[in-house]
Design a protein around this ligand. Structure first.
Ligand code: ARG
Length: 459
């Protein structure tokens, strides 16, 4: 059943209908559309458009439909309704006859779709918060198990200073915590109800819009009807939040892909999240991680897509806005899948502690320690830095790590260097010195872990 037609003498061209219809993707708003319709039936009763009995009949029919939809949402796709709003109304009329035709009094698909989409965003947001939370839990668990695993820390992909695997994992906890807070924040901002804004100018019936908002679980009603039907800031915000989080996921994926590579061999990914090559029997490819890295791209695509669609749209509703859904659905599905997959990858990862330690020991990543040692002997840092540079060149010539150079060899470079230098060059001392807040010293990592565990347990 089409929702309009009185003004038309010709049927829509089937190619136009195919182009225009949105049911094939907006069927995902079925639950929200039905729940919104129940709230609207209550509002209609409150202004005397329908009687109490009629409202009850509508509500019952809508609840039956809701059950049916929850059981089998795919059934909707068999219909040739224009969109989910037409489908729900059509189903209702089939069930309750002419009474169903009263439901759309004072309502427009413009405030309806805006409401449905916000309700969907709220539901989805809560699920995504749970995913972000679970991934953080997994990272913290991993960090707990890796407090003594030394890992080379990199800058410019060159070994820079040793860290621990624990400290690495906690860095990602920070990123996903910011994502969590960003998502919480966007959910707060979108928590206002557009229903009762009509097509653009407000509904002509004296309804209590705050009551409608309350019935639907929103914090308040929106304030301006023009804005209500044309605001898609929440779509942009959720896509931005998803994009930033995918950026974090892709960096984590990239780190792990590198750690899993034959070149570093710091860890082995589980067979459950890797795949083989059709040609090369020896291969075990980090597909799960590569897909996380790759899928970041399509999420950014959805973000730029909606920005371009919304840019310079005149007020109020325009059909362009129907383009908001596919990208949003796809991006949030993708984000959720990637969060889940990242958690899965961390679940069963074998770290090669010997190899990471050896790598951390190499690459002259204790050079800063030698400079600090000279500083303690009274040499200004800039000078110490220069001296150690010369020491590294010499060590490379001798094919020795710094800690294996003899005192005589050191003295040729700096007479200040004594026997007490060696303990300063050990990995443990390098880590232990980073005691300032946020540093890699075991006590600091312990502190960070405790803090994260507490935070996660209390929400
Ligand atoms: N299917 C449309 C959308 O997703 C909602 C309908 C509003 N249509 C209209 N002609 N005013 O945006």
């Amino acid at each position: 059943m089409a929702l309009w037609g009185g003004r038309f003498t010709q049927a829509a061209d089937s190619r136009f209908k195919q182009f225009n219809d949105s049911l094939r993707f907006d069927y995902r708003l079925a639950e929200q559309d039905i729940i919104g319709s129940i709230a609207w039936s209550k509002a209609l009763k409150s202004v005397g458009i329908i009687t109490e009995l009629e409202q009850q009949r509508l509500e019952k029919a809508l609840n039956d439909l809701l059950k049916q939809v929850i059981e089998n949402p795919q059934q909707i796709l068999g219909s040739d309704a224009e969109d989910i709003h037409s489908w729900v109304e059509g189903q209702l009329i089939q069930r309750v006859g002419d009474l169903g035709k009263k439901l759309h009094t004072g309502r427009s698909r413009n405030d309806q779709v805006a409401t449905d989409l916000k309700l969907w965003c709220k539901d989805q947001g809560i699920e995504l918060l749970a995913h972000l939370d679970k991934l953080q839990q997994k990272l913290v668990l991993f960090a707990r198990s890796q407090q003594t695993t030394v890992l080379p820390g990199y800058t410019h992909l060159q070994r820079a200073q040793p860290v621990t695997f624990s400290h690495w994992a906690m860095a990602y906890v920070e990123m996903f915590e910011r994502d969590y807070s960003r998502l919480t924040d966007s959910l707060k901002r979108l928590d206002s109800c557009p229903l009762g804004s009509g097509a653009l100018a407000g509904t002509a019936y004296p309804m209590d819009r705050d009551q409608i908002a309350k019935d639907l679980g929103f914090r308040r009603a929106t304030r301006n009807s023009l804005d209500s039907v044309s605001d898609r800031d929440h779509v942009v915000e959720l896509l931005s939040t998803a994009s930033i989080s995918m950026l974090h996921l892709s960096r984590m994926a990239e780190d792990l892909i590198f750690y899993n590579s034959g070149e570093s061999a710091f860890l082995d990914l589980s067979d459950q999240v890797t795949s083989g090559s059709s040609l090369m029997p020896q291969k075990k490819n980090p597909d799960a991680l590569e897909l996380i890295r790759g899928k970041a791209g399509r999420v950014y695509g959805s973000l730029s897509g909606i920005m371009m669609t919304l840019k310079a749209l005149p007020l109020a509703y325009n059909k362009d806005m129907q383009e908001d859904k596919e990208g949003l659905f796809d991006a949030l599905d993708t984000w959720g899948d990637c969060l889940m997959m990242a958690e899965f990858v961390l679940d069963d990862m074998q770290v090669h502690e010997e190899t990471t330690r050896e790598a951390a020991q190499g690459g002259y990543s204790n050079a800063t320690e030698l400079a600090d040692y000279l500083v303690a002997k009274g040499i200004p840092f800039r000078e110490a830095h220069h001296i150690v540079g010369i020491a590294v060149v010499k060590a490379i010539e001798l094919e020795l790590p710094l800690e294996e150079m003899s005192i005589a060899q050191f003295k040729e470079i700096a007479p200040e260097i004594e026997d007490d230098v060696y303990p300063h060059l050990s990995l443990e001392s390098t880590l232990a010195k980073r005691q300032a807040k946020g540093g890699v010293a075991p006590e600091q990592v312990e502190y960070a872990l405790n803090e994260a565990e507490e935070r996660l347990a209390s929400r």
